[in-house]
Design a protein around this ligand. Sequence first.
Ligand code: 5GP
Length: 358
Amino acid sequence: MPSRSQTEKKKLHDFCMKIPKVELHAHLNGSISTDTLQKLSARKSSSDEKASDLAKLAKWKKLTENREQRSLEDCFEIFPLVHKLVDDAEAVAIATRDVIQEFAADNVKYLELRSSPKENPSTGLTRRTYIETVLKEIKQSNYESNGILTRFLLSIDRKVPLPVMGEVVKLAEEFHTSSEGLLVGLDLSGDPFTTNVSDIIPLLSRAKNAGLKLALHLAETDDRSAESLMLLQVPPDRIGHGTFIHPAAGGTDEMEELVNRLKIPIECCLTSNLISRTVKSYSEHHFKYWLNKNHPVVLCTDDKGVFSTNLSEEYRIAAETYNLQNDDLWRISNESINYIFADDATKTSLRDEWQICR
Ligand code: 5GP
């Protein structure tokens, strides 16, 4: 593949920035930028522990900027440091507001944010107020029509006890009805090395029957075929990562056949998967495999803060790695509208917006 000149690289960078984009896999707390983390940290009283957490975050930032690879377990040790700074309603509001504005600045026109609702008795934060706070910020941002439309998915964190998962699903059902279309679905995420998913399946099925859309992390690591098949049989409306679905990647024929038959879109997060070492290199990422099969794929960031990226950068990396042309990038972005969890009227108006930007 011929390498691009500096001028071509600059042109590609500008094009990726300029095209309208859809972001469907963004964890709220993983998306918080360094600027916002500093703002959140300044609200807390100083302590040795805080200084050491910030030093760890700064060190982590450096290695992700250099695209150094770490294990998925190492990545999961970073999130609790962020969570400590987002432990009251005001911090949740600041984080939500800033993350939406940063995606808007990256020319993301439609965003689905996901987050697991947390509680903290010492600050009065409850799972309900967490959700209400995120929804209030989303509503305000949508109302201001600053170029981005946002929807919300509640995440079920795999490490919380089953009764808490049940509570999250109940809250999702309630806010699905009462949030005027803002809360659209559920995500299953969190450390894949925890939990027996067979316990969670009935909750997911219940949510689906109640009209909630499901985006499920599955086949994220290479030793999870049995549970991934169980999750695929629910079935999800979109797949998070899906790295090890097809047999050549370590999955199974049965999984691939199901994903093909149901045409379940796959949310692909190139840099996140590279840094967390679930793929060896960008060129070996499963994005290309599914794209070549004409299967629905969506380029996403996962955790733009934790993995030092943004959506334009992910498009640029895809173009450079897989030799995609501007028309290909535009088509990938435009087709992503098909897979959003919002209603048909929203899809139509986004498609119109894309045509205007062409
Ligand atoms: P939050 O739900 O707190 O807004 O976002 C951060 C959380 O999302 C993490 O603590 C983790 O549970 C989940 N998460 C973020 N990135 C990933 C990922 O790549 N894989 C999985 N399985 N979970 C993730």
